[in-house]
Design a binder for this molecule. Structure first.
Ligand SMILES: CC(C)(COP(=O)(O)OP(=O)(O)OC[C@H]1O[C@@H](n2cnc3c(N)ncnc32)[C@H](O)[C@@H]1OP(=O)(O)O)[C@@H](O)C(=O)NCCC(=O)NCCS
Length: 170
């Protein structure tokens, strides 16, 4: 059952005040979590957009985007383990992809651990394809990163598919 059908999920720009809650999730889901200062730096730099998902005022997930010269890079995506498998990552991705389209970006990239089958499936569903491998990119444990790319983001057909995917969740 998709959470968004049971409860209202609010997607809002991430604020500095949100960071304690964000980091609590970060520490649970990543072996090399970003620190407060890394998030702070991201939030205060230009060319970045971060959103949090809230359910009953509690932050349950977040996503980030860095963009430059028409290209974007998804910097992070995470969902609180207690709220996973309910469509929240899909909602967050749709939000950031819509934002990327509105900003006129034509291509997005991201890195994912080779063993992260859940995330890989999710990104593939949204049209990302493995472009190349960065060997030994990650630590704890050392592992290859797959660099995945979504091309033709500015194709009007892709925008229509995004609206359809959102309707399937909401
Ligand atoms: C990856 C992650 C963000 C997915 O969040 P989520 O809210 O559980 O994902 P969703 O419920 O939106 O699921 C989206 C799709 O992912 C896949 N998926 C999610 N959980 C899965 C699981 N346990 N097993 C297999 N596939 C899974 C499915 O394809 C699912 O589509 P479906 O709902 O049609 O079956 C979450 O597991 C997470 O925070 N992981 C730790 C951090 C991380 O790895 N981030 C990605 C870094 S690149």
């Amino acid at each position: 059952m998709k959470l968004a059908r049971e409860k209202k999920v609010n997607l809002e720009p991430m604020k500095i005040d949100d960071l304690a809650e964000v980091i609590a999730i970060e520490n649970q889901v990543f072996t090399v979590p970003w620190s407060y200062n890394i998030f702070l730096d991201e939030l205060t730099q230009e060319n970045r957009v971060y959103f949090v998902a809230r359910v009953d005022k509690k932050i349950v997930g977040y996503v980030g985007l860095f963009f430059f010269s028409g290209e974007g890079h998804i910097t992070t995506l995470a969902v609180d383990p207690l709220f996973q498998r309910r469509g929240l990552a899909r909602l967050l991705l749709i939000k950031i992809l819509t934002e990327a389209i509105e900003r006129g970006l034509f291509q997005l990239s991201l890195e994912v651990r080779a063993s992260n089958i859940v995330a890989r499936h999710l990104y593939e569903k949204f049209g990302f394809e493995v472009a190349y491998v960065r060997q030994g990119y990650y630590t704890k444990p050392v592992e290859d990163a797959l660099v995945m790319i979504l091309k033709n983001l500015n194709d009007p057909e892709y925008k229509k598919r995004l609206i359809k995917w959102q309707e399937e969740i909401l």
